[in-house]
Design a protein around this ligand. Sequence first.
Ligand code: FES
Length: 68
Amino acid sequence: MYVCLCKGVTDHQIRDSVKAGARSWREVQSATGCGTQCGKCACAAKTITCDAVMTELKASAKGLAYAV
Ligand code: FES
């Protein structure tokens, strides 16, 4: 779904930028342009970014002996 109408950024693009290595809202903003115009999408985009980062971290920690 479209998250940022000004820049035409979807939730998939945000998740893809996290998969590509972005680990913060600023890095996602730089990679996608999301939230760089009117800023109305920032709250939803930050939530998606946080969820995507946590998913990536959990996936990368599966091989550890202890939970992260
Ligand atoms: Fe994202 Fe305007 S809706 S910057």
